[in-house]
Design a protein around this ligand. Structure first.
Ligand SMILES: [Mn+2]
Length: 320
Protein backbone atom coordinates (compact mmCIF):
# COMPACT_ATOMS: atom_id res chain seq x y z
CA UNK A 1 0.00 0.00 0.00
CA UNK A 2 1.30 3.41 -0.93
CA UNK A 3 1.56 5.98 1.81
CA UNK A 4 -1.74 7.68 2.64
CA UNK A 5 -1.39 11.41 1.94
CA UNK A 6 -1.20 13.51 5.12
CA UNK A 7 -4.08 15.74 4.04
CA UNK A 8 -6.43 12.73 3.93
CA UNK A 9 -5.55 11.69 7.48
CA UNK A 10 -5.75 15.30 8.66
CA UNK A 11 -9.17 15.70 7.05
CA UNK A 12 -10.50 12.67 8.94
CA UNK A 13 -8.72 13.51 12.19
CA UNK A 14 -9.43 17.22 12.42
CA UNK A 15 -13.08 17.34 11.39
CA UNK A 16 -16.02 16.27 13.51
CA UNK A 17 -19.17 15.68 11.48
CA UNK A 18 -19.24 13.32 8.54
CA UNK A 19 -21.83 12.14 6.04
CA UNK A 20 -21.04 8.90 4.22
CA UNK A 21 -22.41 8.37 0.71
CA UNK A 22 -21.91 5.30 -1.47
CA UNK A 23 -22.98 4.35 -4.98
CA UNK A 24 -26.48 3.56 -6.17
CA UNK A 25 -27.54 -0.09 -5.93
CA UNK A 26 -24.97 -0.63 -3.19
CA UNK A 27 -22.93 -3.83 -3.26
CA UNK A 28 -20.87 -5.61 -0.59
CA UNK A 29 -17.86 -3.35 -1.04
CA UNK A 30 -19.89 -0.14 -0.78
CA UNK A 31 -21.82 -1.30 2.31
CA UNK A 32 -18.81 -2.94 3.97
CA UNK A 33 -16.59 0.10 3.38
CA UNK A 34 -19.25 2.49 4.70
CA UNK A 35 -19.77 0.45 7.87
CA UNK A 36 -16.08 -0.07 8.60
CA UNK A 37 -15.21 3.59 8.05
CA UNK A 38 -18.33 4.88 9.82
CA UNK A 39 -17.71 2.75 12.90
CA UNK A 40 -14.04 3.72 12.86
CA UNK A 41 -14.86 7.42 12.82
CA UNK A 42 -17.42 6.96 15.60
CA UNK A 43 -14.72 5.29 17.68
CA UNK A 44 -12.78 8.55 17.33
CA UNK A 45 -15.86 10.37 18.73
CA UNK A 46 -16.91 11.81 15.39
CA UNK A 47 -20.53 12.23 14.42
CA UNK A 48 -21.37 10.05 11.41
CA UNK A 49 -24.52 9.93 9.29
CA UNK A 50 -25.13 7.57 6.40
CA UNK A 51 -27.35 8.23 3.37
CA UNK A 52 -27.75 4.88 1.61
CA UNK A 53 -30.13 3.56 -1.03
CA UNK A 54 -32.43 0.83 0.23
CA UNK A 55 -33.40 -1.97 0.06
CA UNK A 56 -30.01 -3.49 0.78
CA UNK A 57 -29.22 -6.95 -0.58
CA UNK A 58 -30.54 -9.62 1.75
CA UNK A 59 -27.12 -11.20 2.30
CA UNK A 60 -25.77 -7.90 3.66
CA UNK A 61 -28.45 -6.98 6.17
CA UNK A 62 -26.83 -8.81 9.10
CA UNK A 63 -24.73 -5.76 10.01
CA UNK A 64 -26.12 -4.05 13.13
CA UNK A 65 -24.78 -0.71 11.91
CA UNK A 66 -27.43 -0.73 9.16
CA UNK A 67 -29.88 0.45 11.86
CA UNK A 68 -27.96 3.75 11.79
CA UNK A 69 -28.46 4.22 8.04
CA UNK A 70 -30.72 7.11 6.92
CA UNK A 71 -31.49 8.16 10.50
CA UNK A 72 -30.96 11.87 10.23
CA UNK A 73 -29.52 14.34 7.82
CA UNK A 74 -27.95 17.63 8.86
CA UNK A 75 -27.98 20.74 6.68
CA UNK A 76 -24.27 21.09 7.10
CA UNK A 77 -21.33 18.69 7.56
CA UNK A 78 -17.63 19.19 7.97
CA UNK A 79 -16.97 16.43 5.45
CA UNK A 80 -19.08 14.47 2.97
CA UNK A 81 -17.32 11.23 2.06
CA UNK A 82 -18.02 9.62 -1.33
CA UNK A 83 -17.02 5.97 -0.88
CA UNK A 84 -16.64 3.44 -3.71
CA UNK A 85 -18.27 5.89 -6.19
CA UNK A 86 -16.49 6.06 -9.54
CA UNK A 87 -18.39 9.22 -10.46
CA UNK A 88 -20.33 12.00 -8.76
CA UNK A 89 -23.36 11.02 -10.87
CA UNK A 90 -23.31 7.40 -9.67
CA UNK A 91 -23.32 8.36 -5.99
CA UNK A 92 -26.65 8.01 -4.18
CA UNK A 93 -27.25 11.55 -2.89
CA UNK A 94 -29.94 13.42 -0.97
CA UNK A 95 -32.06 15.74 -3.12
CA UNK A 96 -31.23 18.73 -0.92
CA UNK A 97 -27.52 18.19 -0.93
CA UNK A 98 -26.05 19.29 2.44
CA UNK A 99 -23.31 21.86 2.66
CA UNK A 100 -19.82 20.67 3.50
CA UNK A 101 -16.38 22.16 3.97
CA UNK A 102 -14.90 19.22 2.10
CA UNK A 103 -16.18 16.63 -0.37
CA UNK A 104 -13.77 13.74 0.14
CA UNK A 105 -13.63 10.98 -2.49
CA UNK A 106 -12.25 7.59 -1.41
CA UNK A 107 -12.36 5.01 -4.18
CA UNK A 108 -10.64 2.22 -6.10
CA UNK A 109 -12.16 2.62 -9.59
CA UNK A 110 -9.77 3.34 -12.45
CA UNK A 111 -12.46 5.46 -14.12
CA UNK A 112 -12.74 7.80 -11.09
CA UNK A 113 -12.19 11.37 -12.28
CA UNK A 114 -11.46 12.80 -8.81
CA UNK A 115 -14.56 14.97 -8.41
CA UNK A 116 -13.94 15.88 -4.75
CA UNK A 117 -12.01 18.80 -3.27
CA UNK A 118 -9.92 16.06 -1.75
CA UNK A 119 -9.45 12.69 -3.45
CA UNK A 120 -7.86 9.43 -2.44
CA UNK A 121 -8.15 7.06 -5.39
CA UNK A 122 -5.98 3.94 -5.47
CA UNK A 123 -6.45 0.99 -7.79
CA UNK A 124 -7.02 -1.81 -5.30
CA UNK A 125 -9.21 -4.91 -5.24
CA UNK A 126 -11.85 -3.17 -3.16
CA UNK A 127 -12.52 0.18 -1.52
CA UNK A 128 -12.58 -1.81 1.73
CA UNK A 129 -8.82 -2.34 1.31
CA UNK A 130 -8.28 1.43 1.32
CA UNK A 131 -10.60 1.78 4.30
CA UNK A 132 -8.56 -0.82 6.18
CA UNK A 133 -5.33 1.17 5.67
CA UNK A 134 -7.11 4.40 6.65
CA UNK A 135 -8.35 2.86 9.90
CA UNK A 136 -4.84 1.65 10.69
CA UNK A 137 -3.41 5.09 9.97
CA UNK A 138 -6.05 6.63 12.27
CA UNK A 139 -5.08 4.11 15.01
CA UNK A 140 -8.63 2.77 15.17
CA UNK A 141 -9.04 -0.55 16.96
CA UNK A 142 -10.71 -2.83 14.44
CA UNK A 143 -13.57 -4.75 16.07
CA UNK A 144 -14.97 -8.08 14.86
CA UNK A 145 -17.89 -6.24 13.27
CA UNK A 146 -15.53 -3.98 11.37
CA UNK A 147 -13.42 -6.97 10.34
CA UNK A 148 -16.60 -8.58 8.97
CA UNK A 149 -17.39 -5.39 7.06
CA UNK A 150 -13.91 -5.19 5.56
CA UNK A 151 -13.95 -8.90 4.71
CA UNK A 152 -17.35 -8.46 3.05
CA UNK A 153 -16.06 -5.60 0.89
CA UNK A 154 -12.91 -7.35 -0.22
CA UNK A 155 -14.46 -10.78 -0.65
CA UNK A 156 -17.39 -9.57 -2.77
CA UNK A 157 -15.36 -7.24 -5.02
CA UNK A 158 -12.74 -9.92 -5.67
CA UNK A 159 -15.22 -12.73 -6.38
CA UNK A 160 -14.05 -14.55 -3.27
CA UNK A 161 -10.39 -13.85 -4.12
CA UNK A 162 -10.65 -15.30 -7.61
CA UNK A 163 -10.41 -12.10 -9.68
CA UNK A 164 -7.26 -10.62 -11.19
CA UNK A 165 -7.61 -7.56 -8.90
CA UNK A 166 -6.31 -9.61 -5.94
CA UNK A 167 -2.80 -8.60 -4.86
CA UNK A 168 -0.30 -9.33 -2.11
CA UNK A 169 -1.81 -6.31 -0.29
CA UNK A 170 -5.23 -7.96 -0.42
CA UNK A 171 -3.91 -11.09 1.25
CA UNK A 172 -1.87 -9.12 3.74
CA UNK A 173 -5.03 -7.36 4.92
CA UNK A 174 -6.83 -10.71 5.07
CA UNK A 175 -4.07 -12.23 7.14
CA UNK A 176 -4.40 -9.32 9.58
CA UNK A 177 -8.19 -9.73 9.71
CA UNK A 178 -7.68 -13.32 10.83
CA UNK A 179 -5.87 -12.01 13.92
CA UNK A 180 -9.07 -10.14 14.84
CA UNK A 181 -11.49 -13.01 14.16
CA UNK A 182 -10.49 -16.68 13.98
CA UNK A 183 -12.42 -17.47 10.81
CA UNK A 184 -14.65 -16.07 8.13
CA UNK A 185 -15.93 -19.39 6.77
CA UNK A 186 -19.62 -18.92 7.46
CA UNK A 187 -19.57 -15.28 6.32
CA UNK A 188 -17.80 -16.29 3.12
CA UNK A 189 -20.31 -19.05 2.34
CA UNK A 190 -23.21 -16.74 3.09
CA UNK A 191 -21.87 -14.02 0.82
CA UNK A 192 -21.12 -16.26 -2.14
CA UNK A 193 -23.17 -19.44 -2.05
CA UNK A 194 -26.33 -18.84 -0.11
CA UNK A 195 -29.42 -17.85 -2.08
CA UNK A 196 -33.06 -17.87 -1.18
CA UNK A 197 -35.37 -20.18 -3.15
CA UNK A 198 -36.34 -17.52 -5.70
CA UNK A 199 -32.72 -16.47 -6.24
CA UNK A 200 -31.78 -20.13 -6.82
CA UNK A 201 -34.56 -20.56 -9.37
CA UNK A 202 -33.62 -17.30 -11.12
CA UNK A 203 -30.00 -18.42 -11.26
CA UNK A 204 -31.21 -21.59 -12.95
CA UNK A 205 -33.32 -19.59 -15.39
CA UNK A 206 -30.35 -17.35 -16.22
CA UNK A 207 -28.15 -20.36 -16.94
CA UNK A 208 -30.92 -21.91 -19.01
CA UNK A 209 -31.12 -18.71 -21.10
CA UNK A 210 -27.39 -18.67 -21.83
CA UNK A 211 -26.40 -18.41 -25.46
CA UNK A 212 -23.02 -18.08 -27.08
CA UNK A 213 -22.99 -15.37 -29.73
CA UNK A 214 -22.18 -17.25 -32.93
CA UNK A 215 -18.49 -18.06 -33.44
CA UNK A 216 -17.36 -15.90 -30.53
CA UNK A 217 -16.35 -16.50 -26.91
CA UNK A 218 -19.14 -14.16 -25.76
CA UNK A 219 -21.89 -15.54 -23.52
CA UNK A 220 -25.18 -13.77 -23.00
CA UNK A 221 -27.86 -14.49 -20.40
CA UNK A 222 -31.20 -12.74 -20.31
CA UNK A 223 -33.68 -12.77 -17.46
CA UNK A 224 -36.84 -11.35 -18.92
CA UNK A 225 -39.40 -9.42 -16.96
CA UNK A 226 -41.82 -12.34 -16.84
CA UNK A 227 -39.25 -14.74 -15.38
CA UNK A 228 -38.22 -12.21 -12.75
CA UNK A 229 -41.89 -11.56 -11.88
CA UNK A 230 -42.45 -15.33 -11.55
CA UNK A 231 -39.82 -15.47 -8.82
CA UNK A 232 -41.04 -12.55 -6.76
CA UNK A 233 -40.02 -9.61 -8.92
CA UNK A 234 -36.82 -8.80 -7.03
CA UNK A 235 -33.68 -8.24 -9.09
CA UNK A 236 -31.54 -9.42 -6.25
CA UNK A 237 -29.10 -11.60 -8.13
CA UNK A 238 -26.25 -10.35 -10.24
CA UNK A 239 -22.61 -10.71 -9.33
CA UNK A 240 -22.52 -14.44 -8.82
CA UNK A 241 -24.70 -15.17 -11.84
CA UNK A 242 -22.63 -13.02 -14.19
CA UNK A 243 -19.58 -14.89 -12.91
CA UNK A 244 -21.21 -18.22 -13.79
CA UNK A 245 -21.15 -17.20 -17.47
CA UNK A 246 -17.39 -16.70 -17.14
CA UNK A 247 -17.04 -20.23 -15.75
CA UNK A 248 -18.18 -21.67 -19.06
CA UNK A 249 -15.14 -23.14 -20.87
CA UNK A 250 -13.92 -20.89 -23.65
CA UNK A 251 -16.02 -17.88 -22.64
CA UNK A 252 -14.10 -14.58 -22.44
CA UNK A 253 -16.90 -12.03 -22.12
CA UNK A 254 -20.26 -12.46 -20.37
CA UNK A 255 -23.28 -10.18 -20.39
CA UNK A 256 -26.12 -10.78 -17.95
CA UNK A 257 -29.26 -8.78 -18.77
CA UNK A 258 -32.06 -8.38 -16.26
CA UNK A 259 -35.21 -6.78 -17.62
CA UNK A 260 -36.11 -4.19 -14.98
CA UNK A 261 -39.21 -3.15 -16.90
CA UNK A 262 -40.42 -3.58 -20.45
CA UNK A 263 -37.39 -3.10 -22.70
CA UNK A 264 -35.13 -1.71 -19.96
CA UNK A 265 -32.27 -3.92 -18.85
CA UNK A 266 -29.80 -3.80 -16.02
CA UNK A 267 -26.62 -5.22 -17.58
CA UNK A 268 -23.65 -6.81 -15.79
CA UNK A 269 -20.53 -7.39 -17.90
CA UNK A 270 -17.54 -9.58 -17.15
CA UNK A 271 -14.33 -10.09 -19.12
CA UNK A 272 -11.19 -12.15 -18.78
CA UNK A 273 -7.75 -10.50 -18.93
CA UNK A 274 -6.48 -8.86 -21.06
CA UNK A 275 -9.94 -7.92 -22.32
CA UNK A 276 -11.45 -4.68 -21.05
CA UNK A 277 -15.19 -4.10 -21.31
CA UNK A 278 -15.65 -1.06 -19.13
CA UNK A 279 -15.89 1.29 -22.15
CA UNK A 280 -19.13 -0.46 -23.14
CA UNK A 281 -20.56 0.44 -19.73
CA UNK A 282 -19.28 4.02 -20.03
CA UNK A 283 -20.93 4.36 -23.45
CA UNK A 284 -24.31 3.72 -21.82
CA UNK A 285 -23.75 5.92 -18.79
CA UNK A 286 -22.65 3.15 -16.44
CA UNK A 287 -19.29 2.43 -14.89
CA UNK A 288 -17.04 -0.13 -13.34
CA UNK A 289 -13.74 -1.80 -13.91
CA UNK A 290 -11.86 -3.35 -16.85
CA UNK A 291 -13.15 -6.85 -16.10
CA UNK A 292 -16.45 -6.10 -14.35
CA UNK A 293 -18.82 -3.29 -15.23
CA UNK A 294 -22.53 -2.47 -15.30
CA UNK A 295 -25.08 -0.12 -16.82
CA UNK A 296 -28.72 0.31 -17.77
CA UNK A 297 -29.62 -0.47 -21.39
CA UNK A 298 -32.80 0.33 -23.30
CA UNK A 299 -33.39 -0.84 -26.81
CA UNK A 300 -32.45 -3.55 -29.23
CA UNK A 301 -30.32 -6.31 -27.68
CA UNK A 302 -28.74 -6.94 -31.08
CA UNK A 303 -27.08 -3.52 -30.85
CA UNK A 304 -25.57 -4.48 -27.52
CA UNK A 305 -24.35 -7.76 -29.01
CA UNK A 306 -22.68 -5.76 -31.76
CA UNK A 307 -20.94 -3.53 -29.20
CA UNK A 308 -19.60 -6.57 -27.37
CA UNK A 309 -18.48 -8.15 -30.62
CA UNK A 310 -16.69 -4.96 -31.69
CA UNK A 311 -14.90 -4.66 -28.36
CA UNK A 312 -13.89 -8.31 -28.48
CA UNK A 313 -12.64 -8.25 -32.08
CA UNK A 314 -10.75 -4.97 -31.71
CA UNK A 315 -8.94 -6.16 -28.61
CA UNK A 316 -8.31 -9.64 -30.00
CA UNK A 317 -6.67 -8.09 -33.07
CA UNK A 318 -4.70 -5.62 -30.96
CA UNK A 319 -3.36 -8.46 -28.82
CA UNK A 320 -2.67 -10.82 -31.73
MN1 LIG B 1 -15.90 -1.49 -5.06
Amino acid sequence: MKKIPDEIIECLNENNSFLILIHQKPDGDAIGSAIALGKGLKQLNKSVDYYIQVPIEEKLIFFKEIECFNQSLKEKYDVIIFLDCSSYEFAFKPENFPEAKVNLVIDHHKSNYCYGNLNFVEITGATAEIVYWLLKALSVKISEDMADAIFTGISTDTGSFQFSNVTADTHQILSELYTIKPNFASLSKMLHNQKNFCQMKMTGAAIHSMEIITDTPIAMMVLDHETIANYGGALNISDDVANIGQNTSGVIITALLKEVKDGEYRVSLRAKAPYDIHMVALKYGGGGHERAAGFTFCGDIDLLKKDLLDVYQTQRDANA
